[in-house]
Design a protein around this ligand. Structure first.
Ligand code: IMP
Length: 427
């Protein structure tokens, strides 16, 4: 009953979708365990680009059962639009299963997300405005509405009314907006979403355990990333769920003993969208080149991502937080034309050098990166398919990462296509 977790190790957009898709060849089931449609997982299959927000990346294979776990927050309109889009493009979504325990994102969650951001002014977090935070907040306040509630009209209407007593006070009294009519919203959701969603709603925890008990291989696909984790990220500049590997257990309903492999995905440099500390951030020409060559604009929101050099201090911490067994390095080819490449190996903080990520956020803000600089490889890597094809400089770059981070690099990608990757060891 082997299970693997794929987790982002930086601030998101590491290319998790590509490796989930790649690993899916050997899997039976792919499970999203947290987040919602704030994610944007891009896959390129036979030159065709797919940008998935809610449907697990493995869905493009016929043999995969794609599962949206209980830890995900689901906007039913977005999910149905995505199923529609995939179906029109020839992907069979009939096997997709959505946990009845997953919480629903309602239109007022999106409205509140935008209002809270506007209210924060300069202190805004830079959320994706998809309603993620307000939906998880309702879940924690026990005011959330679950996917299973759709199956019982009376319960659904009752819960929506109860939840809106609170939300309508916030909308009208704090933000001076019109209240939401619970019955009109219930009519809309039930008439547009219930029938098409019904065949997909299931007890996904049971499905996952049945698969594991039958010896099938299950992949847990993380969205967002380690340093956007609500508990372990750079709070408050984080998302409202737990993308770290532990989140796979709670967000799918499996114990940690089922997990035997945790693959961390890291970009060969770092990017971040939205506000928050970022020790290796670049404001120079190198940063502009990373954005331009790496096409670092959000899949989801189109925002320019903030660029920086690879940060091995953060990555070592990500190894601890996730029990990473190995790393996949993505977008190695983006560094192809650089004269030199840098890896941050320590921070200088108020006159003291450390190789550990400080727990105090003020120290993270104050951290000055200490770099090891290596010669660039100045070679086009996009056609490389084996480790021995790599120029010595690229090999040295990966070895430095392995040495500083403490886990082996077992995969690397050199382009967006399904075949553009290097397999480093026989796992
Ligand atoms: P939220 O998840 O929309 O609440 O946004 C909270 C923070 O997480 C913001 O800084 C977003 O830019 C960031 N974020 C959320 N989802 C993603 C993602 O998929 N990739 C990168 N950043 C993300």
């Amino acid at each position: 009953m082997p299970a693997t977790i794929v987790v982002g190790t930086q601030w998101g957009d590491e290319g998790k979708g590509k490796f989930t898709d790649l690993l899916s060849k050997e899997m039976s089931m792919v499970v999203r365990y947290q987040g919602g449609h704030n994610a944007g997982h891009t896959l390129v299959v036979d030159g065709e680009k797919f940008a998935l927000q809610l449907v697990p990346s493995g869905a493009l294979y016929d043999h995969i059962v794609p599962v949206i776990g209980n830890g995900v927050v689901v906007d039913p309109f977005v999910l149905l639009a995505e199923i529609d889009m995939l179906t029109r493009r020839g992907v069979d979504c009939s096997k997709l299963r959505v946990s009845g325990n997953a919480h629903l994102i309602m239109p007022y969650h999106q409205q509140l997300d935008a209002l809270y951001e506007r209210h924060l002014g300069k202190a805004k977090l830079g959320t994706t405005k998809r309603g993620i935070g307000p939906a998880y907040a309702d879940k924690s306040m026990r005011l959330g509405i679950r996917v299973q509630d759709l199956l019982d009209e009376m319960i659904f209407r009752k819960k929506l009314r109860a939840s809106l007593v609170h939300t309508n006070k916030v909308l009208t009294k704090i933000f001076n907006r019109l209240p939401v009519d619970p019955d009109m919203l219930a009519d809309k959701v039930l008439s547009e979403c219930l029938e098409p969603l019904k065949p997909h709603i299931a007890d996904t925890t049971d499905l996952i355990h049945e698969a594991l008990e039958a010896g099938q291989h299950v992949l847990f696909e993380g969205a967002q990333a380690t340093f956007l984790d609500l508990d372990h990220g750079t709070y408050p500049f984080v998302t409202s769920s737990n993308p770290t590997a532990g989140g796979a257990c709670t967000g799918a309903g499996v114990g940690p003993r089922h997990i035997d492999r945790v693959l961390g995905i890291a970009k060969a440099y770092v990017t971040r969208v939205g506000a928050g500390p970022f020790p290796t951030e670049l404001f120079d020409e190198d940063g502009d080149r990373l954005v331009e060559i790496g096409r670092e604009f959000g899949t989801n929101t189109g925002r320019r991502r903030r660029p920086g050099w690879f940060d091995a201090v953060m990555l070592r911490h990500a190894v601890r937080l996730n029990s990473l067994t190995e790393l996949a390095i993505t977008k190695l080819d983006v560094l192809d034309t650089f004269e030199t490449v840098k890896v941050c190996v320590a921070y200088d903080i108020n006159g003291e050098r450390t190789t550990k990520l400080p727990y105090h956020q003020s120290d993270v803000h104050a951290a000055v990166p200490v770099y090891e600089e290596l010669p660039g490889w100045k070679t086009d890597l996009t056609a490389a398919t084996e480790r021995r094809h790599l120029p010595a400089e690229a090999e040295a770059y990966l070895q430095l990462i392995e040495e500083r981070v403490g886990v082996p690099v077992t995969l690397a990608s050199t382009g967006p296509g399904r075949s553009q990757y290097l397999h480093f060891s026989s796992l």
